[in-house]
Design a protein around this ligand. Structure first.
Ligand code: HEM
Length: 433
């Protein structure tokens, strides 16, 4: 295989680079919960303005926000190649992304074309700066391992997601009274979910699952091929799906087969991860492990539900199947991985940066004192309780929408509190050094 990565912590960017993204994400979680509480059960369905707005508060404001922050940190460490001008790039990207998500969500929620137009500029510019900077750093990367090559694929997928996103956003600006051509939206959300979020999680998993969870390494064939095979599958699927120049029976069969291929790819990743976790050397249950396990089970549920829906028409044609699958992917898979990772990364970053400044050799807190384990356990319990409630929202919105949204609001508030207290600890020690 490729050359192994050497974790070069000396190249890590200033702590404010990743932390600004991590600190902002829970605010978008709280906002998404408030929007859902305000809209109530009637807004629960896949294409309502509320769902479109909440989807982007979560996919861009929460998930991509953390993923971009994490990449700014991971690139120098795992790829040995920092983002160029990290402080400037992260300030620009963070500001444009934050304002862009607010503009997009409000434009979609209130049907305001001008807000969507502003969002197109802000998000288009912000994400282009990030994609450009990350691509530059990934091209120059001297380590060439599975995580680095997977991140290259994820950046390509993000670029395609943005292009399709701008395409559907332009329809909202120009033809507010016409139904949107949903094939472009499907292409956009498939690249966003499977390409950007899915592939980035897979690439990062190769490095962090064995390291943090003390599991055996992922199989070589998987590290070498999986992300590339998913990319090829996505490219084929998109060409067939969007071009639609072939006879419709062949088109139906081809798109279905390619979708199965993608679902199998994600399921294999989830299955192998669960298997590796069952083989770990250390038997003590770790909370990051629990978050990751939950994420993998949710991913398996999500792909299985989709596959079963293809054979069982009463499930496949159920009005809220897309909604339920989206919830499973966003909250069950992506948000679980993110919370689990943040509780590993933030205490480590605080500790690492204090350690570096510590010229007077004062006694530093250990990582478990920076975010106490008990609070992470509470967060895990809240998050675990949320998932069945979300399934309930898809089945019986009137009963479940308020408890689920309130619980997610509280969960985001707890995340914010935990990040805030970690920052206070950092500042307290930093000023006394
Ligand atoms: C520049 C960034 C983006 C823009 C401008 C954008 C814009 C849009 C627009 C206008 C729609 C509505 C399409 C319609 O009415 O049919 C949409 C749908 C959607 N987008 Fe995005 N988007 C962006 C990024 C993302 C990302 C990064 C993700 C996922 C990681 C994502 C996931 C989705 C999903 C899941 C839907 C469908 C929501 C539903 O089913 O109700 N978007 N996007």
């Amino acid at each position: 295989m490729s050359t192994p990565s050497r974790l070069s912590l000396t190249q890590a960017p200033p702590i404010s680079v990743p932390l600004r993204f991590f600190f902002t994400a829970p605010f978008f979680g709280i906002l998404a919960a408030l929007v859902q509480i305000n809209a109530g059960p009637d807004a629960v369905s896949q294409w309502t303005p509320t769902t479109l707005a909440i989807t982007h508060l979560l996919t861009l404001g929460y998930i991509s926000m953390v993923m971009i922050g994490a990449m700014s940190q991971i690139l120098p460490v795992v790829a040995g190649s920092p983002l160029p001008r990290p402080l400037l790039v992260s300030s620009v990207v963070h500001t444009l992304l934050t304002l862009g998500v607010l503009a997009l969500a409000s434009g979609l929620l209130f049907g305001r074309g001008e807000a969507v137009l502003i969002a197109m500029f802000l998000l288009g510019a912000g994400l282009t700066v990030f994609i450009g900077a990350a691509a530059y750093s990934l091209i120059l990367a001297n380590a060439d391992n599975a995580t680095v090559s997977g991140m290259r694929v994820a950046i390509v997928a993000l670029a395609i997601t943005v292009v399709f996103g701008l395409r559907v956003a332009a329809e909202h600006v120009l033809h507010l009274d016409l139904p949107i051509a949903k094939s472009w939206t499907h292409a956009h959300l498939t690249w966003g979910f499977i390409g950007w979020v899915g592939i980035l999680v897979i690439s990062v998993a190769y490095e962090v699952v064995p390291m943090f969870q003390m599991t055996p390494k992922y199989p070589q064939w998987m590290q070498r091929w999986m992300t590339k095979m998913i990319l090829v599958g996505l490219l084929f699927w998109t060409s067939v799906y969007l071009l639609a120049i072939i006879d419709s029976t062949i088109w139906n069969i081809l798109t279905l087969l390619l979708s199965f291929y993608l679902a199998i790819g994600l399921s294999v990743f989830a299955g192998v991860t669960l298997y590796l976790q069952s083989q770990r050397q250390r038997r003590i249950a770790d909370l990051t492990l629990k978050f990751w396990r939950l994420a993998m089970v949710s991913l398996l549920l999500c792909t299985s539900l989709w596959v079963v829906g293809q054979f069982w028409p009463s499930l496949g044609n159920w009005r809220n199947i897309g909604y339920l699958n989206g919830m499973l992917f966003i909250f069950g898979f992506a948000v679980s991985v993110i919370i689990g990772m943040l509780y590993k990364i933030i205490p480590f970053l605080v500790w690492l940066h204090l350690q570096r400044q510590n010229t007077r050799r004062i006694k530093l807190p250990n990582m478990k004192e920076i975010i106490p384990e008990q609070r992470i356990r509470w967060h895990f319990v809240l998050h675990l309780m949320l998932l069945p409630l979300l399934a309930g929202v898809a089945i019986k919105p009137v009963w479940f929408v308020y408890p689920a949204a309130t619980l997610f609001g509280i969960s985001s508030l707890l995340l914010l509190f935990n990040i805030f207290t970690a920052l206070r600890i950092y500042q307290g020690y930093y000023t006394s050094m």
